[in-house]
Write a protein that binds this ligand. Structure first.
Ligand code: SAH
Length: 360
């Protein structure tokens, strides 16, 4: 057992089993041994690679999307551009480059990056040191951001938020917990009493062993953001891997290290933990806060309708070499690559025009 596993096991011995969400949160964010505190997580040398690291085209199109949503609402000034979980800062740097096409936008926005990891904050500061707009950091999204229209970008952020899991059995839905076995190792165990949490029952009685996942912090965050957007204007564009129908059913919690799958409980802090995003639940949360949700749309269709092919042609003509660009394009849009599993969800005020890329 690594030092973080030992500490978690001690905590469980003292206070009893912890939820999967609490385990995820400690494994990812422990300030000493947590995954985001200790690793170089993103990129070819890290554990996983994300769309902005694959191709600048992704971030440029997202940047253009934000500028269009801003213009569609009358180019409000001042406004704020917020990114949740900016990783190495690549998305924001490339999006701001695309946004230079509208000097008015540049003059109007302040950038706020929401990031818990001190290491990644430093990497972002380096990449954005010559940014044409003021940039500052917050550890969490806050109500203090409610004084201006807020434009929000999030790529592969919501999958990293802690989930709770419930398993169906004779006693009903019981929460899956993390405990310790006789040998002192971390193990999954079910809570002995059923949970009062409401699980959708439209599909009748589930099979024994069925798993239901929820992401309470993700839904609460979307509600907070959607509420601001509904009242003050703005837009949010959320891209992630996840599912659309069958809200919450099925087990998707996974551990990834060195570009491969790992055991969830073994060596906490040494693998990335994530779960598929329940887009239907996020859309419902946005609507309940008074905003309008568009999508989710498969990433491939979304990028194609934003004109990624034209962008790829332009880049190939310039300097980057056709085959490299063609490969990047395929990776982002092909159904067997990121095109279908990844999806885009947009949140706007009720009366704002339909955002680009979201075909009715
Ligand atoms: N958006 C980037 C990085 C994705 S990895 C990209 O596409 O490349 C997830 C990012 O979210 C990391 O920057 C991580 O440190 C950050 N993060 C994870 N959980 C967070 C939380 N609860 N609050 C703030 N940032 C978080």
């Amino acid at each position: 057992m690594n030092p973080l596993a030992v500490r978690i096991a001690r905590l469980i011995e003292v206070q009893g089993p912890i939820s999967v969400a609490q385990f995820m949160s400690m494994a990812l964010h422990d300030p000493v041994d947590g995954y985001y505190a200790t690793r170089e997580v993103i990129g070819a040398g890290g554990d996983f690679i994300t769309a902005p690291e694959i191709s600048q085209m992704f971030s440029e199109l997202l940047g253009a999307w934000i500028v269009q949503a801003w213009r569609d609402q009358g180019s409000p000034s001042p406004a704020r551009l917020v990114e949740l979980g900016p990783g190495r800062g690549t998305l924001m740097a490339d999006a701001l480059r695309a946004a230079r096409l509208d000097p008015q936008f540049q003059k109007s926005v302040e950038v706020v990056l929401i990031e818990t990891s001190a290491g990644l904050r430093a990497a972002q500061a380096e990449v954005l040191k010559d940014a044409p707009v003021p940039v500052r950091w917050l550890e969490r999204f806050a109500d203090s951001l409610a004084d201006r229209p807020v434009f929000v970008l999030a790529n592969e952020f919501f999958d990293a938020l802690p989930i709770r899991q419930f398993v169906f059995g004779e006693r009903g839905w019981c929460e899956r917990m993390v405990g310790v076995d006789r040998g002192g190792a971390l193990t999954f165990a079910l809570s002995p009493t059923p949970s009062p949490l409401a699980v959708p029952s439209e599909r009748g009685i589930p099979e024994a062993g069925a798993v239901y996942e929820t992401c309470p912090s993700g839904e609460a965050l979307i509600e907070q953001i959607a509420h601001m957007i509904a009242r003050k204007g703005g837009a949010a564009l959320i891209v992630d891997y996840g599912y659309e129908g069958q809200s919450g059913f099925g087990e998707t919690l996974q551990a990834v290290a060195h570009h491969g799958y790992a055991n969830v409980l073994e060596n906490p802090g040494e693998a990335d933990l994530s779960a598929h995003v329940d887009f239907a639940a996020l859309a419902r949360a946005a609507q309940s806060a008074g905003a309008k949700a568009y999508g989710p749309m498969p990433q491939g269709e979304f990028l194609l309708s934003l004109g990624i092919v034209r962008r790829a042609e332009a880049l190939s003509r310039n300097h980057l070499g056709e085959s490299g660009i063609a490969k990047q394009l395929k990776r982002l849009v092909e159904p067997d690559q990121m095109g279908t599993l990844f999806k885009a969800l947009a949140i706007l005020p009720q009366n704002a025009p339909r955002p680009p890329g979201f075909i009715p």
